[in-house]
Design a protein around this ligand. Sequence first.
Ligand code: GLU
Length: 442
Amino acid sequence: MSSVRVRFAPSPTGLLHIGGARTALFNWLYARHTGGTFVLRIEDTDAARNTPEAVAIIFAGLKWLGLDWNEGPMGDGTSVGDKGPYFQSQRRDIYARYVQKLLSEGKAYEFEGAVKFKTPKTPITVDDKICGQIHFDRTMDPDLVIQRKDGSPVFHLVNVVDDLEMGITDVIRGEDHLSNTPKHLALFEAFGAQPPRYAHIPLILNPNGSKMSKRDEGASIGEYMAKGYTPAAVRNYLCLLGWSPKDNREVIDIKEVIEKFDLPQINRSNARFDINKLYWLNGEYFSKATLDEVEPLAIEVLQRANVLPADFDRAYFRAALGIVKEKIKLAGDLPEWMDYFFKEDFAFDPAAVTKVFTPAGLENLAKLRERLATLTAFDSATLEQNFKELAALTSQKVGPFIHPARLATSGKSVGPSLYHLLEVLGKDRTLARMQRALDQYK
Ligand code: GLU
């Protein structure tokens, strides 16, 4: 292992924000690129917000994205990855010791029950690996509260003490923390310690240029988990929010990103979040994945949507998934595309009914049903040939048979290739469904 030690230090807020997830990812990438260590530290000193659920959401999001951390004692007794993260709420004694040190050296003082750190009033330049040299005046900086009246330590103190105690070599975090860095450098100096290198990542903006907040669409990793996104696609997209392989490629294997990732190449301008691009990218992953790869997520999504019964015919399911998979970008779209495979009483799309189940359309459907009933083979090639023969026989194109057949067997006007659809449904279902449509509309 190299000496690089980085950390992701989220405060539990109740969701894993896309900006936080990207910070975690960039730290993880840097650790994996350098062969260093990726530490997870939960900054949970704010007791009001610190719930087990909020912490669990962070773990679940990181695990889903495949961002494994390397060390830390078990925090809450549950097993998460190989080793659990650090919890600041369990490190109060350490912070108290550091406050004591500053007090005894005259670098801090008690003020109305709180403890204040004497901030240096000299200018300082932060040498940031992404933002470059940033100058801070500091001459007017007030002294900094590092411990509140109730004895609880303040963010700036615990953040610095932990980076010091944990031997963090590189702090990679959101640009919203850049203005804190002069304070943090002052604390490192007061402790007589070498500060880490800093790299502040530009913010993620909405398409309209506003800062992305918790409430914006797509802001929470939990949304992608719930909507059936492919974790590798979301992770790939997050890589592109500030980093790129410099050759316009967008689908990039994570191994290659690890190989190429470095801090100085991170884009200095803010990244624009684009949900449509993420959806497209998900499609690239979804359609390229094998049936075996897609199946577990598909089952989960379809059962959660009550489309797939607990007990189902696996071969039939796989055949159906196989023909639908090519058509969609997101596992979360499967319920809409696959519901009719597993029930016979599906509704017929009213707009399509008006357009397709005309007297002529129903006439064609009846003729088609009659012909298909005579078939012994029911594979897509045989079906195609019979559709074509029937069309020729009645001096029509094949479309006037395809549309009623699709609507009758699926209730919809779009879907997978029709001949394959009928093959998967099989002869009995196909004929029964066509009969139901004829009974209902003819
Ligand atoms: N707990 C801080 C946050 O969530 C972490 C700041 C840092 O990475 O230094 O923003």
